[in-house]
Design a protein around this ligand. Structure first.
Ligand code: DX5
Ligand code: ZN
Length: 231
């Protein structure tokens, strides 16, 4: 019912394969993969080569969050590198419908990402082409920022739109949240309508470098909080 997607942005990049294996062994459902280009966002991270490098370390879905402009050119590279889902920001694409089509054409699931101040109306004419809606609860670019509370209102609006769509179409689109998700706010976020949770610093901050089980307790605690929420 709920998915936890640790963001490897906060992992130890010097041993990323181990980090991916350990966090999945600790109960991660997806691996969230943050791609930044120092253009659309003021930070530079990882690309298809790194996606390809971690792919053999896990069978769970790799959830690629593109914070790059332009969008279309790089999509097939991520599909070849083993991505399962690819999401992008509407402001970063000249032709949103086309970019969604490119993602579907290369065999991946498609997501649209909303910055804190980006209105949800971008959804209205592309729902049939979406598998995932991602609401940013921080401004994109960095891990470790504070959850913006207004996102809870936006989540409720998005939940209503997606529930309405599910009733009409019989198709369920996932509603993901990204930024500042922690043990002490995940239940409230789930209650507002999210079903898929990115967590970077709160998961990978739980360190004691050489222990392969160091993520067990934080993921169990996140799931424990979710267990109290009925959807
Ligand atoms: C921010 C990224 C997030 C980030 C979340 O632009 O999209 O995925 O890693 O990190 P935390 O969970 O630390 O806010
Ligand atoms: Zn992200």
């Amino acid at each position: 019912m709920f998915r936890i997607a640790p963001s490897i942005l906060s992992a130890d990049f010097a041993c990323l394969g181990d980090e991916v294996r350990n966090v999945v062994a600790s109960g991660a459902d997806w691996i969230h993969f943050d791609v930044m280009d120092n253009h659309y966002v003021p930070n530079l991270t990882i690309g298809p080569l790194v996606c390809e490098a971690i792919r053999p370390h896990t069978t769970v879905p790799i959830d690629v969050h593109l914070m790059v402009r332009p969008v279309d050119r790089i999509i097939p590279d991520f599909a070849k590198a083993g991505a399962d889902l690819i999401s992008f920001h509407p402001e970063a694409s000249e032709h949103i419908d086309r970019s969604l089509g490119v993602i579907r054409d290369v065999g991946c699931q498609a997501g649209l990402v909303f910055n804190p101040a980006t209105p949800l109306h971008y959804l209205d004419h592309v729902l049939d082409k979406l598998d995932l809606v991602l609401l940013m609860s921080v401004n994109p670019g960095f891990g470790g920022q504070k959850f913006i509370p207004e996102t809870l209102n936006k989540l409720r609006l998005a939940r209503a739109k997606l529930d309405d769509y599910a009733q009409r179409s019989g198709r369920r689109i996932l509603l993901q949240i990204d930024g500042g998700v922690k043990i002490d706010n995940i239940a409230e976020i789930a209650h507002a309508g999210a079903d898929t949770f990115v967590a970077g610093s709160s998961v990978f901050g739980a360190a004691s470098a050489s222990d392969p089980h160091r993520y067990d307790s934080v993921i169990a605690a996140l799931r424990g909080q979710l267990g109290q929420v009925a959807q």
